[in-house]
Every structure is written in structure tokens, then in C-alpha cells.
Design a protein. Structure first.
Length: 518
């Protein structure tokens, strides 16, 4: 029998209730008391006996209501806690101060592959791969946050937080561990760092050479083999890598890109392979997950692979051969499942001859070669790319621009574009900024360093040919400002259009002896 006894406060009420139960020879299982309510649980009683006890309790002074309930408050709270803890995706394990399991939720059993049999009260030393962290917390009372633990038995990587639990006197009586699989961490990282999805349909072209290239790349996407993308700077190597990933069976997992030239060699190693806590001065507490592990199940894009050091090449070769990675300062190899797409603009064959690039690594990377042509090798794509880039730039800079004049397009078609599509994008954006009407005109097309298709410098005005780089840059700046002044008739509007402050524009106009009147 379980009763909820509502009452007004008075001394001795609990004692009086207990006396009624004892006089009738009934065993009290538990009692809970909160303000104005007493909860009573007894052994099971016959129906008539229950009615008699309730009637006797109601006779007591200050009793306002007596009713039967299904669950005692403490057990009801426990059931609610069970529902909450078994709903969350994180594993939860609570132990006493000896390391015996006090509570384990459903997610923890699944993540750790724990047996279905009841293990509450049993020591978790042989059950969890992070028992060392639990033991440290139980011995020191310290917390350990975001520690990465690898279980060789289950071939699973975990992120673990361990917190001590103290009683009201401040004495340690156990700990709680929160567990996540690295897969869950990857998904969170992917959600936070999500970038626009790139597909093959986003690649702009109309040339036969690009049609064949995209067709082949689509076919390569279904494989797990390593791809080596070759091509000049600015021709879209990362764009192709992303499109391949998003057309592959790995599209729902991570795509991570790293530029191997942008990071010093020592830091690049720790970024790729990760490290253990204390492996070097400045290492993060708990260690760090490397990109090979973080990209597990997905794709890792290694841009400018030809620029990594000879020593790092050897370590990368081992990863490709063994499909395992060893963190800096670690003794164990961790299995990985990641597809490698590498890219370079370097002549790797020549580098092998000069022994600056390992031939064995070259053959591991060059399983599927993909050569991206330079823009000058597919001139029929210049017009469609230019119009696409114009619409994109106009939408954010100058919505009045709607077309490219025929003479301007001819000027683009006759240029070699040493910077490829990236340079074309810069030229078009520059033209959108300075164009005076609704069309980009020939005079709005300003090439970097005023190069022609043959790469020779020439002056686009009647001024003398500059003799050095600084003079050439000043001439280009003067021409851009001068053309923009045709459209923007105040220095403030001119500065806003060119991304300069009002005072900077006035200073440059004075420097180049430019005025709106002229």
C-alpha cells in the first residue's frame, strides 16, 4: 500500500501515523516527508485492511487528504532519471569510491559493448577502456575533460569526461563518466564547420576536354582508391576533390582539406597525426585528435602534397600502406578508414629524379591520376566562366552590371591567364567594381601587371612603360581609380566602391593628380 497524506503542519504527525500502522501489526517499508505531505509505503494489505488504515489516518488532527498512489516520489524520480539518461546519446557510468558500477545507462552499454547481464555492483576495471581515468579521479578528486581513449578490443575511439562526486560533507564517494564515440564528435564538428556542398553540376565548362574529365572523375568517385590531382595553381583542384567526395559513398561523412604549404612542418605533423597529452611542450591537455582520425569514414584532401618534407613523406607513406596512424608520443597504432585525395602543381617526376620526393610515396598517391587543364588550354570555357563569375560578383557588388561587351570578351579570350580561374575571378570582380554602365567594357578589363596573352608587359594608356614592379602597381592603381571616377562622382561613393576609406581615396587622388572635374 502506498499513500499520499496531505496535512497542515503540526508536531508529532509522523509519529501518530506510524503508531496507527504499528498497532495494526503492519510493516512500514518506507516513509518520505516534505512540507505538508507525508508519503507512506507498507507491505501489501487486503482491500478492507487498506480502507480501515486510511479511515484511521483521516481521523488524525490536521489531516486534509489521504489518497492511494502508484509510486513513491523517490522511485518516481528514479524512473524519470532512467528515461532521461536512456534517451541521451552520451554514455553515462556512475561508480562508488571503490570503482564498482552504481549506474550504467543504455548508451554506455551500447558504446562499450557491455554484457546484457546485470553488472551493477561489480568493479568496472575490466569492463571499460578508460578505467585509468576513473581511478585517477577516485584517488585525487580531480576532473578529466575531453580525454580521447582508444579501445583495441572494439576498435572504437571514445571521448571521455570524468567528474568526481562528493557528499554534503565534502567527502568523495564516487565518480561519473560521460562517454561519446568519436563518430558523434565528428558529426558535431561536421555540423559546426559545414560548408556549401559542391557537386559536379557546380563545375562550369563547355569544352570537350572538361566534359571527358568530369565524366572520368564521376566514375572515380565510386572507388575508395587514392586520387592524385595535378594542375596549375587556381585551376580548381579542391573544387574537383569536393565534387568527388560528394559523389562518393562517403558523402555523409567528413571532407577535410589541409594546405600542406600553409603550416610549418612540425605543426603539420601534429595536425595530421594528432598527439598524446604531454608529448611536447604546449601540447593540449588530453591530447589532440589528428585529421586522419577526424576524417574517419570520409575524405582527407592534402593540397600541395609536393611541398611536404622528406621526413614527413615517410610517415605519410606508412599511413597509406598500413591504414593505421600513430599519434605523436603514442605507442599504439590506431586503425583508420579515410580516403586520400592529394593535389599538387609541382613536377613530382622531376622531384623524384632529384630525390626531393619519395618514389614509393608517389606510387602510393598516384593510383588514380587526374590532370586538370590550365584555362588557356580550354579557351572555349572562358566565356561561360566569365559570365558566371560576372553574375556572381554583380549580385553582391554592382547589380546594374548585366553583360560583358564583345570587345571585353575578346580581350579575355586573348589572355593566357597564368593564374587560371582564380585570376579570371579577380579580373571579373575588379571589372564589376569599376564598370560605369550596365556592361563590362574592354577598358574595364585590367590584367594583373598589365600582361598580354604572351606575358609581355604593355601600357594600356599613353604613359611610359613602368620600369619596375612598384611603378607597374601604381600605374594599375591609378587606372582603376580613374575608371571608377567615371561612375562614382564623389570621393565617399568612390571609396565605398573600392573598399577604401574617404581619407585614403583623397590621399590617392592627390598622389595621382586625379580630379572629378577632369
Amino acid at each position: 500500500m502506498k499513500l499520499q497524506i496531505e496535512n497542515r503542519d503540526r508536531h508529532g504527525l509522523v509519529y501518530d501515523i506510524a503508531q496507527i500502522i504499528l498497532k495494526n501489526g503492519i510493516n512500514i517499508v518506507s516513509m518520505e516527508v516534505i512540507k505538508n505531505i507525508t508519503y507512506l509505503e507498507t507491505a501489501a494489505l487486503p482491500c478492507d485492511k487498506e480502507k480501515f488504515i486510511i479511515k484511521e489516518i483521516k481521523k488524525l488532527s490536521n489531516i486534509t487528504e489521504v489518497k492511494k498512489i502508484a509510486l513513491m516520489p523517490r522511485y518516481k524520480q528514479y524512473q524519470q532519471m532512467q528515461i532521461v539518461f536512456n534517451t541521451i546519446s552520451e554514455g553515462v557510468i556512475a561508480t562508488d569510491k571503490e570503482g564498482n558500477a552504481a549506474y550504467i545507462n543504455k548508451a554506455a552499454r551500447q558504446l562499450l559493448h557491455l554484457p546484457e547481464s546485470n553488472i551493477i555492483g561489480k568493479n568496472v576495471q575490466k569492463l571499460v577502456p578508460f578505467y585509468g581515468l576513473l581511478k585517477k579521479t577516485l584517488c585525487t578528486g580531480n576532473s578529466f575533460l575531453n580525454h580521447e581513449v582508444f579501445s583495441r578490443e572494439s576498435n572504437v575511439h571514445y571521448l571521455v569526461n570524468v567528474q568526481p562526486v562528493f557528499d554534503e560533507t565534502g567527502e568523495l564517494f564516487g565518480c561519473i563518466a560521460l562517454i561519446r564515440s568519436i563518430d558523434a564528435v565528428r558529426k558535431i564538428y561536421q555540423k559546426l564547420t559545414a560548408q556549401p556542398v559542391t557537386n559536379f553540376d557546380d563545375i562550369i565548362y563547355q569544352s570537350d576536354i572538361m566534359h571527358l574529365l568530369v565524366k572520368n572523375a564521376r566514375q572515380y568517385a565510386g572507388s575508395a582508391s587514392t586520387i592524385l590531382i595535378r594542375g596549375e595553381t587556381g585551376c580548381g583542384k579542391e573544387l574537383f576533390a569536393r565534387a568527388i567526395h560528394n559523389a562518393s559513398p562517403r558523402l555523409n561523412n567528413m571532407f577535410l582539406a589541409i594546405n600542406c604549404t600553409a603550416i610549418p612542418d612540425t605543426l603539420l605533423e601534429s595536425e595530421l597525426f594528432g598527439y598524446e597529452e604531454g608529448s611536447f611542450t604546449g601540447a593540449s591537455k588530453g591530447g589532440k585528435l589528428g585529421l586522419f582520425e577526424l576524417a574517419g569514414g570520409g575524405t582527407l584532401f592534402l593540397d600541395e602534397i609536393g611541398d611536404i618534407s622528406f621526413a614527413l613523406q615517410a610517415k605519410l607513406l606508412r599511413v597509406l600502406q598500413e591504414h593505421t596512424v600513430r599519434r605523436i608520443g603514442a605507442t599504439e597504432e590506431i586503425p583508420i578508414d579515410v580516403r586520400i585525395i592529394a593535389a599538387t602543381n609541382r613536377d613530382l617526376e622531376h622531384m623524384m629524379q632529384t630525390e626531393s620526393f619519395r618514389s614509393d610515396l608517389y606510387y602510393r598517391l598516384n593510383v588514380i591520376p587526374l590532370y586538370l587543364p590550365a584555362l588557356r588550354e580550354r579557351r572555349e570555357d572562358i566565356e561561360v566562366l566569365a559570365r558566371h563569375l560576372m553574375k556572381k560578383a554583380a549580385a553582391s557588388i554592382n547589380t546594374a552590371i548585366s553583360d560583358i561587351d564583345g570587345a571585353a570578351m575578346k580581350k579575355l579570350m586573348n589572355y593566357d591567364f597564368p593564374g587560371n580561374i582564380r585570376e579570371l575571378g579577380n579580373i571579373i570582380e575588379r571589372a564589376v567594381n569599376i564598370a560605369a554602365g550596365s556592361k563590362i567594357m574592354a577598358e574595364d578589363i585590367v590584367f594583373d601587371f598589365n600582361r598580354t596573352a604572351t606575358g609581355r608587359q604593355h601600357a594600356q594608356t599613353n604613359e611610359e612603360l613602368p620600369e619596375n614592379l612598384e611603378a607597374a602597381m601604381q600605374l594599375t592603381e591609378r587606372n582603376i581609380i580613374g575608371r571608377a571616377m567615371r561612375k562614382y562622382k564623389t570621393s565617399r561613393k568612390l571609396g565605398a566602391a573600392l573598399g577604401l576609406s574617404h581619407t585614403s581615396i583623397l590621399r590617392k587622388m592627390k598622389k595621382y593628380k586625379l580630379s572629378f572635374e577632369e
